[in-house]
Design a binder for this molecule. Structure first.
Ligand code: ADP
Ligand code: MG
Length: 716
C-alpha cells in the first residue's frame, strides 16, 4: 500500500495527467486546465478512487422497469415507453411545450415550460420515447411536468440508478461515470480481520466490496426503506467502517502522544522550609474547594507527575470554578521550576484571568507576564523579555501568546480557556512553544460547554476528560423566564426593582455575525431606550466594534458597581465575574443556540442573591416562528443543567454545528449516527486496540482509506 498522498490520483483526464513526463514539476502542475466539473469533484473532496467509491447515493431512481400507463396512479414515479402522437406549443397559461405519448394502454401529456428546439426534435410526432417522471392526475388527464426522456431502445438496466449528492457545476451524469470508474479502480480489499466481522454483531458484516457495489447499484427488489433509514446490511458495513476508522485514528494519536515526553512536574524544584506553592495557594483562598474541584485537581496532578504530555479537557458548567483549578495546576508547574501559559479567546477574558490569578499567585512570589494584541510596544517588549528569561513563571494572554516572537524559556504547561473558540492550528502553535529536547508541554483545555457522552466517546476519544459536576455552595439557582417581546415594559419594571435593591443588570443583544451593523443598531436603540426609561441610572454600552480601551473602561465601571445596567452585543466578553449582577435579559433569545444561552445565563447567579434570566423572544410578523422559538427556549426554563442543555442542543443542531465543524477540525461522521449506531460504535471501540496491536498493517490501510490526508487534526 502506498501512502495516501501518493495514491491520490488527480481527477484530471488521463491524457493530461500522463502529460510530458520529462517536464519539470512546476510546469507539469500548471499545465492541466481543469474543467469546472473536475474542480467541483475536488471541492467535494473526491480526489482519490476510494473517495469516489465512498461517495454514496442520496437516493435512487428505478429505470429497471417500464410501467403501463393503465397501471400508473396519481403521484407514482414511473418510467413509461410509448409513441409521440401529438406535439405543440401552447401559450396558456404560459408558453409551454405539450407532448402526448401513447403506450397502447393509455396516454399521458408531458409539459415543459423551459425547453429547447432539441427537446422538440426528440419529441416529434412518431418518435418512440422512454419517459421518467411523476404521474399527475387520473386516467382522463394524466400528465408529467418536466419529465426526463430519451429515445426508446437499449436494454433496461438491471440495477437502480443512483442519484449522488452534488453541486451545480457537477452534472449527475459526469459524477455517475466518475464514481463508477473510481469504484472499479479503488482498492477495496478487506481490512477488517475475519474474526471481527461477526464478533458481537447480530449478523455478520458484509464485505466492503459487496456493500459498496450494492449501495451504488442496488438490485430492484431491495426494500427501499432499508436504504433510506440505512439499516440495510450494506449500510451497516459502511457505518462500521467509518466508526472503526475514527476509533483507530484516535487511538493511534493517543499512542503517538504516549510515546512523546513531557517534563514530569513532580514536586518543587527547590524544597524550601515552607509547603508547596499549591498548598500555600489553597491556604490563602477565601473558600474551600468543592469535592468535585478536589477530584479534578487530583486527576490533573496525576497527569502532570508523569513524563507523558497531558491531553486533558476540563469541563464544568459556567461558574463551576475552573479558574482556581487552572491556578493550582499552574502553581504546581511553576513550583517545579517550569513556565505555564494561559490563553483565553478575548482580551477581556484574559484580563479577568490575569487579575484573578495575580491576586492569587503574586503574593506567593510568582511573577506574571501579560500579552495581548492591543499592548503598547514598550510594555510588550518588557513582557517578552520576562518570558524569554524565565523570570515570568506564568504568562497570560490572548492569541498574542502564540506569536512567533514569544519565546519561552521552559514552557511545561499550556492552559487554554474556552477551548472550542480556538482552532486546531492555534492549539498546535501553543504546544510547539516548547520543543526543547523533543519534549511537549502538558495541555489542559477548559470548556463550559460540556461534551455529551456519545461525542466524547467518538470525536474526543483521544482526550481525557475531567468534569466538575457540582457548583460551589451558596449559589441560588437562576430562575429563567421566557417572555414575549410584547411584554418589554414589565421587564423594565422588574429592572427598576432590582436597581432599587442595589443590584446590577446585563442586557444582551444578539450577535449576528454576518451583519454587525444590525447588531449595532439594535444595541444602540436598546441602550437609548433603557437610558430614557431609567433616569438617574448609568446605562452602559459594550459592542464588538468599540476600541479595546473603551471596552475596558466600560467594564471597569460595571465591575465597580457604578454602572447599573450594561447593554452588550459581545457575547463572550460578558464572561466577566460580577457577583452583584443578578438579572440578565437576553433580547431575541431565539437567535442564540441553547448552549450559548446557557453560558450567558451563567454570568448571573454568582453571588448569594436570587438571580433571574429573562429570555425575550420576538413574535414579529411570523408569529408561528415565534411560537416555535418559544418551545425551544422552554428547555432553558426547565433546566439549569449544562449537560442536559448540551444534549438537547445536540439533538436540535446535530454534531457538526455543535462542535463548530470548522473549529474542531475533526472530520465529522458522514454515514454513522452516534445515537442510532451506538452498538456499532461500541464494536469499533472494542476492536480498535486489538487491530492496532495485532493487525497493524490492516489498521494503517483502513485509516488511510478513510481519512487520507485529513488526519492532521489528530495532533492537536
Ligand atoms: P468558571 O468555571 O465558569 O470559569 P470561575 O472559575 O470563574 O467559573 O468561578 C466562578 C466564581 O466562583 C468565582 O468568583 C470563583 O472565585 C468562585 N469559586 C470557585 N470555586 C469556589 C468554591 N469552591 N467555593 C466558593 N466559590 C468558588
Ligand atoms: Mg471561566
Amino acid at each position: 500500500m502506498s501512502p495516501p498522498g501518493a495514491s491520490a490520483r488527480k481527477a484530471a483526464p488521463p491524457e493530461a495527467a500522463a502529460g510530458d513526463k520529462a517536464a519539470p514539476r512546476a510546469q507539469a502542475e500548471k499545465a492541466p486546465v481543469k474543467s469546472p466539473a473536475q474542480k467541483a469533484l475536488e471541492k467535494l473532496g473526491l480526489r482519490r478512487d476510494i473517495d469516489l467509491a465512498l461517495h454514496l447515493p442520496l437516493r435512487y431512481e428505478d429505470e429497471t422497469r417500464i410501467v403501463r400507463l393503465a397501471d400508473a396512479r396519481d403521484g407514482d414515479l414511473v418510467q413509461i415507453e410509448g409513441e409521440v402522437t401529438h406535439s405543440d406549443i401552447a401559450f396558456r397559461p404560459r408558453r409551454q411545450l405539450r407532448v402526448t405519448v401513447d403506450d397502447g394502454s393509455g396516454t399521458c401529456v408531458l409539459r415543459f415550460i423551459n425547453f429547447y428546439p432539441a427537446h422538440q426534435k426528440t419529441l416529434s410526432v412518431g418518435a418512440r420515447v422512454r419517459v421518467r417522471g411523476e404521474i399527475r392526475g387520473g386516467f382522463v388527464a394524466r400528465e408529467m411536468i418536466h419529465p426526463a426522456f430519451r429515445l426508446a431502445g437499449g436494454e433496461l438496466p438491471g440495477a437502480l440508478t443512483p442519484v449522488y449528492p452534488t453541486v451545480a457545476a457537477l452534472p449527475q451524469n459526469y459524477l455517475r461515470k466518475a464514481v463508477l470508474s473510481g469504484l472499479s479502480r479503488a482498492d477495496l480489499s478487506e481490512t477488517i480481520p475475519a474474526e471481527f466481522l461477526s464478533k458481537n454483531m447480530p449478523k455478520p458484516l458484509w464485505s466492503l466490496r459487496e456493500s459498496l457495489q450494492f449501495l451504488h447499484h442496488p438490485t430492484p427488489d431491495v426494500a427501499l426503506a432499508t436504504l433510506e433509514d440505512r439499516s440495510h446490511p450494506a449500510w451497516q458495513r459502511l457505518k462500521a467502517e467509518e466508526l472503526l476508522a475514527q476509533q483507530l485514528s484516535q487511538l493511534q494519536a493517543r499512542r503517538i502522544r504516549a510515546a512523546m515526553r513531557a517534563p514530569a512536574l513532580d514536586g518543587p524544584a527547590m524544597r524550601g522550609p515552607q509547603c508547596t506553592l499549591e498548598e500555600q495557594l489553597l491556604e490563602r483562598l477565601p473558600f474551600r474547594l468543592t469535592a468535585a474541584q478536589q477530584r479534578v485537581c487530583q486527576e490533573i496532578e496525576a497527569d502532570l507527575k508523569k513524563n507523558i504530555p497531558m491531553h486533558r479537557l476540563l469541563q464544568g458548567d459556567v461558574g463551576a470554578g475552573k479558574t482556581v483549578v487552572a491556578a493550582l495546576a499552574a502553581a504546581r508547574c511553576i513550583d517545579a521550576g517550569w513556565q505555564c501559559a494561559l490563553m483565553a479567546p478575548t482580551e477581556i477574558l484574559a484580563e479577568q484571568h490575569f487579575s484573578k490569578l495575580i491576586g492569587w499567585l503574586e503574593p506567593l512570589g510568582i511573577k506574571t507576564a501579560w500579552l495581548t494584541g492591543s499592548q503598547k510596544t514598550k510594555e510588550r517588549r518588557e513582557m517578552l523579555a520576562l518570558i524569554e528569561s524565565g523570570a515570568a513563571g506564568l504568562v497570560i494572554g490572548t492569541h498574542a501568546v502564540i506569536q512567533d516572537k514569544v519565546k519561552f524559556k521552559n514552557l511545561a504547561l499550556a492552559i487554554i480557556d474556552e477551548q472550542h473558540r480556538f482552532g486546531v492550528a492555534q492549539r498546535l502553535a501553543l504546544r510547539s512553544k516548547m520543543t526543547e529536547g523533543g519534549q511537549e508541554p502538558h495541555l489542559l483545555m477548559m470548556t463550559a460547554t460540556p461534551i455529551p457522552r456519545t461525542l466524547a466517546m467518538s470525536y474526543y476519544a483521544d482526550l481525557d476528560v475531567s468534569t466538575i459536576d457540582e457548583l460551589p455552595p451558596g449559589r441560588t439557582p437562576i430562575v429563567t423566564k421566557v417572555v414575549s417581546d410584547a411584554r418589554r415594559d414589565e421587564v423594565i419594571t422588574r429592572i427598576r426593582g432590582q436597581l432599587a435593591e442595589g443590584r446590577q443588570i446585563y442586557w444582551v443583544c444578539p450577535l449576528i455575525e454576518e451583519s454587525e451593523s444590525i447588531d449595532l443598531v439594535n444595541a444602540t436603540q436598546t441602550h437609548e431606550a433603557l437610558s430614557a426609561a431609567l433616569p438617574g441610572v448609568m446605562v452602559g454600552l459594550l459592542h464588538s466594534r468599540m476600541p479595546v480601551a473603551e471596552k475596558k473602561a466600560v467594564m471597569a465601571l460595571f465591575t465597580s458597581g457604578v454602572m447599573g445596567v450594561l447593554v452588550s452585543t459581545t457575547v463572550i466578553e460578558v464572561g466577566v465575574d460580577v457577583p452583584n449582577a443578578s438579572l440578565m435579559v437576553i433580547e431575541h433569545a431565539e437567535r442564540f443556540g441553547l448552549s450559548q444561552l446557557h453560558q450567558l445565563r451563567g454570568r448571573v447567579g454568582r453571588g448569594a442573591a436570587a438571580s433571574a434570566c429573562v429570555l425575550l423572544y420576538s413574535t414579529g410578523e411570523a408569529s408561528r416562528l415565534g411560537e416555535m422559538a418559544r418551545e425551544r427556549l422552554k428547555a432553558m426554563a426547565q433546566t439549569n443543567d449544562g449537560f442536559e442543555i448540551a444534549r438537547r442542543d445536540l439533538e436540535i443542531r446535530g454534531p457538526g454545528e455543535f462542535l463548530g465543524a470548522r473549529q474542531s477540525g475533526a472530520p465529522l461522521l458522514r454515514f454513522a449516527d452516534l445515537e442510532t449506531d451506538a452498538a456499532l460504535l461500541a464494536w469499533a471501540r472494542g476492536l480498535a486496540p486489538r487491530m492496532l496491536d495485532q493487525y497493524r498493517q490492516l489498521a494503517n490501510l483502513h485509516i488511510a482509506r478513510w481519512l487520507g490526508g485529513k488526519s492532521d487534526y489528530l495532533k492537536a
